[in-house]
Design a protein around this ligand. Structure first.
Ligand code: SF4
Length: 214
């Protein structure tokens, strides 16, 4: 099967299985989303959603976050990985948003990348979520699913996977595919025990033998 045919089959299945999926991160303001995505590096959205309501209730504005002691921020987020570095980033992001961007999350990638703790993946998530700009963010789920389904090579890094997905998908599919691949990886094609026994992509999957019985 050609890769173009493959992506057709995969997106049709994703649309059937996961028609309405979006980010699971909870946020109410633009900077809350940015901070939540930054905090989600190497930890789960569930873990982030447990700490952000506490953090944002203790420090309800960008000004409050910019003025906060790093230790106080760290104390609110200490249950997530790399919390000490992330606490410094939260304060620095708040300060930079106020100083350089009038307190508004910028939409340009070059500007987003100037913010501490914000790399290509975080910038893509923020641009897609806040501004509906067609972007594909490659996290651990998107990476695993793309490799298992033969859309990327086993040794590809996130940038290479992103480039391959951009070529295979239409621009208007980028955002939905990104969310669907994350949900598919999180709840169906799990890292250790994928539910191959109920997966309709089993015929084109390179790792279909992982779990063929419940
Ligand atoms: S067959 Fe299994 S490993 Fe392959 S995509 Fe489906 S759930 Fe994932």
């Amino acid at each position: 099967m050609t890769k173009n045919k493959k992506i057709e089959v995969i997106t049709a299945y994703f649309n059937e299985l996961l028609p309405n999926v979006g980010t699971e991160l909870i946020y109410h303001k633009d900077y809350e989303l940015l901070i939540a995505v930054m905090l989600s590096a190497q930890t789960t959205d569930v873990a982030v959603n447990k700490v952000t309501p506490v953090l944002f209730s203790h420090f309800p504005s960008l000004n409050d976050l910019a003025k906060a002691e790093v230790e106080a921020i760290a104390n609110d987020i200490k249950t997530i990985g790399l919390y000490k570095t992330k606490a410094k980033n939260v304060k620095a992001i708040a300060m930079m948003l106020l100083e350089n961007f009038q307190g508004v999350v910028p939409r340009e990638k070059e500007q987003l990348l100037t913010l501490p703790g914000v790399g290509n993946k975080t910038a893509n998530v923020v641009r897609a979520e806040l501004f509906k700009i067609p972007e594909i963010a490659v996290d651990t789920h998107v990476s695993r699913v793309s490799k298992r389904l033969g859309l990327a090579s086993p040794t590809d890094n996130p940038d290479q996977i992103e480039a391959k997905l951009r070529k295979l998908l239409k621009k208007e599919q980028y955002i939905s595919f990104h969310h669907q691949a994350i949900h598919f990886g999180r709840y169906h094609c799990l890292a250790r025990s994928p539910k191959c026994y109920e997966c309709k992509l089993v015929d084109l999957c390179l790792e279909k033998n992982k779990r063929l019985t419940p």
